[in-house]
Design a binder for this molecule. Structure first.
Ligand code: ATP
Ligand code: ZN
Length: 289
């Protein structure tokens, strides 16, 4: 029987679409039927398990899944000892302390002796403990923002994105205490094992790297007066050498190279300034270094 790598992905929520998009960008085909809880990829030994995000660390720990894509917040909150294989850098969010508008917040020490409602008691208490603050967690699984109004908490610790929900509930963001993004997790040591499953994972990671590398690069192609080649090479910089092809008109060259996205506009303008013409810019789908 052929081994497959089992990956746990959030069934429906903020992580779902992007998790699948990353895998699809690695050239892996699969059907997306939202009613299915298990799905086998067509052209890669991967099996998806679609589950609630809260359950992903447990599934990975227990070996139901080999890897999982989950928010760092859920992972840290689980307290499980697992390996963070890769930071996927999406679903970025922050965990903040928010207090009623009339609360005179002067720093974490203002929370001494307070009741703080949160869905992340472990993360919160660890941070408060490190700062020497004693507070009582009030654990709720949703609608954290209403707890001060109904009198079961003095303030809250919750994921904040725009702050609109806070405002609607008479709260203000007082302090960010933790940052999260989506990560890939595995059992401890999984990426060091000699196994078919780990070989599949390494292939997947290699493809992810190639997609990621390409995302920040542009392929650039232009015509250049021959005598400007040295100047163009120094403007482009970084690369071993641009590819240079002579044109029919021997006083001109066609030059091709790869430029990183953040430098692209300055390179473009500098090349124009030395007489480059017909500058073509293309996205790169995949790339290895
Ligand atoms: P489930 O039904 O799977 O339990 P959920 O309601 O617990 O879903 P979501 O709201 O879909 O979870 O959030 C999933 C993850 O997305 C969170 O754990 C967090 O890492 C991240 N996240 C939460 N809020 C935001 C936000 N406003 N912006 C970006 N990422 C967020
Ligand atoms: Zn959840």
């Amino acid at each position: 029987m052929q081994e497959v790598l089992k990956v746990a992905i959030q069934k429906s929520g903020r992580l779902s679409e992007k998790s699948l998009e990353i895998i699809r960008s690695c050239g892996i085909d699969f059907a997306t039927d939202s009613r299915v809880l298990r799905e086998r990829a067509g052209n890669f030994p991967l099996e998806f398990l679609f589950v609630r995000d809260d359950d992903i660390p447990t599934y990975v720990r227990d070996g139901v899944a080999d890897i999982g894509i989950v928010g760092r917040n859920e992972f840290d909150e689980s307290g499980f000892y697992l390996e963070v294989v890769k930071d996927l850098k999406f679903a970025k969010c922050r965990l903040s302390i928010a207090v009623p508008n009339d609360f005179d917040y002067k720093g974490l020490e203002s929370l001494e002796g307070k009741r703080i409602a949160t869905s992340y008691p472990n993360i919160m208490m660890k941070i408060l403990k490190e700062k020497g603050v004693n507070a009582t967690p009030v654990v709720v699984s949703g609608s954290v923002e209403i707890t001060p109004q109904v009198g079961i908490a003095d303030c809250i610790c919750d994921i904040v994105s725009t702050g609109t929900t806070l405002k609607m509930n008479g709260l203000k963001e007082a302090e960010e205490i933790y940052r999260s993004s989506a990560i890939m997790i595995a059992r401890p040591g999984f990426t060091n094992t000699v196994s078919e499953k780990n070989r599949i994972l390494q292939r997947l990671l290699e493809r992810m790297d190639a997609v990621e590398l390409a995302k920040n690069k542009k392929y650039i192609l232009f015509n250049l007066p021959s005598e400007k080649l040295d100047e163009a090479a120094s403007i482009i910089g970084g690369m071993k050498s641009p590819t240079v092809t002579p044109l029919m008109d021997r006083s001109w060259l066609s030059v091709q190279s790869v430029v990183s996205e953040d430098r692209f506009w300055s390179v473009f303008e500098d090349l124009k300034a030395i007489g480059a013409e017909g500058i073509l810019v293309m996205n790169i789908e995949k790339m290895t270094e």
